[in-house]
Design a protein around this ligand. Structure first.
Ligand code: SAH
Length: 451
């Protein structure tokens, strides 16, 4: 079959820390039309890009694809003439099935290139201060799969890294001992390498054998004398892990902190409360204007939280502003009726003016700050504008829940962030330092968390 003008990039996303993406990958991800990403790719990393994003991983709550379906999907988008990024955790050619994907692309005459990524072993090694090779101690390294356990290989290498070891630590240790490894062999299990919740266990195979501990995925095991170099106070451990709810403050940008984002909504305007409404009568709304993709996302959360069916908006024209908002709407199974090219408030108003949109009842889902001028200008065109407060209902999926056990500090940038945070987390452990942007935020925090 003829190849189309489409093009595929097979890209490694690195082990988790979003900054461990290559410059090349970052540039390409900004340029492509579609990104197909797997479950090891962090949400924080993928959020930055505007392409249509298709999740192909295997999280229990989300739809996922089998490998054949992924291959078909990549080729389908390429044939449509799109630039496609296939984004995988770590490196695509280290237990990443990148080889199978390019074989499929070759067979179908689709042009592609490959952008390597930092593989988990390298991420884990650097972020735990365990060198994979050390002069006179370990002079060879092997990467192996630890799955299935009964077929585990023990190659003749000084350092062995086992990927895919999500079972109990004791089972892994027993399997390795059975294969001839001595009980005194040094071993380290690294979970969530390079992420805020990185955790390491270091010891010997013998110690591990008696530990009935579940290995939390993603995790890998490093085996060898190089583990002797492990110290409890390694550089990444010493960094403060801060959770930022809302917009960050300057002091967290220094690199001294490991930042975890809690994507909640901002509002600084005191007018906001008065301007926001709830949906009383979906049928009466003639137009739904989504200023950005977050408006779409939170709008659907709002509907779910309030038992409103999207089909109740029978008379409503769905208008996303910009390609990211359109893509987000499509993800929820709604074809946009009218897409604005503009993404800034003033440009949207200009387009609305040019299209002669007037006399409409416009509903604007509003997760972010309220731009009063925007509202006034829409109203000046003889439209009745309602801002829909969707902020309180922004619940994150289970998979994205942040594990507070690893957090040293939390920063709230506004009272609405405290509210949205409190909807998910009832308590904040005592040992966590809490900072707030201003007096009103502080007040909201003391009220909601009774501190
Ligand atoms: N292509 C990937 C590996 C995919 S296989 C790479 O090059 O890293 C999936 C396995 O990778 C997981 O089971 C785990 O063993 C390992 N892995 C991926 N990310 C990891 C992380 N952040 N911490 C520890 N192990 C990780």
């Amino acid at each position: 079959m003829e190849s189309s003008a489409g093009y595929v990039y097979i890209i490694g996303a690195g082990p988790g820390d979003p900054e461990l993406l290559t410059l090349k990958a970052e540039r390409v991800l900004h340029e492509v039309d579609v990104i197909l990403y797997d479950n090891l790719v962090s949400d924080e990393l993928i959020e930055q890009f505007d392409a249509l994003k298709i999740y192909t991983g295997k999280r229990k709550d989300k739809h996922h694809f089998e490998q054949d379906a992924i291959n078909e999907e990549i080729v389908f988008h390429a044939r449509e003439g799109r630039k496609v990024a296939r984004l995988k955790g770590g490196d695509p050619f280290v237990f990443g099935r990148g080889g199978e994907e390019i074989a499929f692309l070759r067979k179908h005459g689709v042009a592609y290139e490959i952008i390597p990524g930092i593989t988990a072993a390298h991420g884990a090694s650097a972020y735990t201060e365990i060198p994979l090779t050390i002069r006179h101690i370990s002079s060879s390294v092997a990467f192996c799969t630890g799955h299935p356990l009964d077929k585990i290989h023990v190659p003749d290498a000084d350092t062995i890294v086992y990927y895919m070891v999500a079972s109990s630590a004791s089972e892994v240790a027993k399997a390795l001992i059975k294969k001839g490894k001595e009980e005194k062999t040094r071993v380290a299990i690294v979970q969530n390498a390079t992420r805020y919740n990185q955790k390491i266990f270091a010891g010997t195979l013998g110690e591990l054998k008696n530990k009935d501990k579940k290995v939390v995925s993603p995790a890998l095991i490093i085996l060898g004398e190089n583990i002797k170099e492990f110290i409890e106070e390694y550089w990444f451990e010493k960094k403060k892990k801060v959770l930022i709810a809302g917009d960050g403050a300057g002091k967290y940008e220094s690199g001294e902190y490991v930042v975890v984002r809690y994507p909640c909504n901002e509002s600084h305007s005191t007018e906001r409360e008065g301007m926001l409404k709830t949906v009383d009568d979906p049928v009466a709304e003639t137009m739904l204007l989504f200023p950005d993709k977050y408006a779409v996302r939170y709008f659907f959360n709002y509907l779910a939280g309030n038992n409103v069916d999207v089909r109740d908006f029978v008379n409503t024209v769905f208008c996303p502003a910009g390609i990211a908002a359109s893509a987000e709407l499509l993800k929820h199974g709604v074809l946009p009726d009218l897409c604005f090219d503009a993404v800034t408030a003033s440009d949207i108003v200009m387009e609305i003016t040019e299209l002669g949109i007037t006399g409409e009842s416009i509903l604007v889902p509003c997760p972010g700050s309220v731009d009063e001028q925007f509202v006034n200008e829409l109203a000046a065109l003889n439209n009745s504008v309602t801002l829909l407060d969707v902020s309180v209902h922004d619940t994150l999926g289970e998979a994205e829940r942040i594990d507070l056990d690893f957090i040293d500090e939390i920063y709230f940038s506004s009272p609405s962030c405290v509210r949205s945070f409190s909807a998910l987390y009832r308590e904040i452990p005592e040992n966590i330092v809490v900072m707030t942007a201003d007096a009103r935020t502080e007040e909201e925090y003391t009220t909601l968390f009774e501190r």
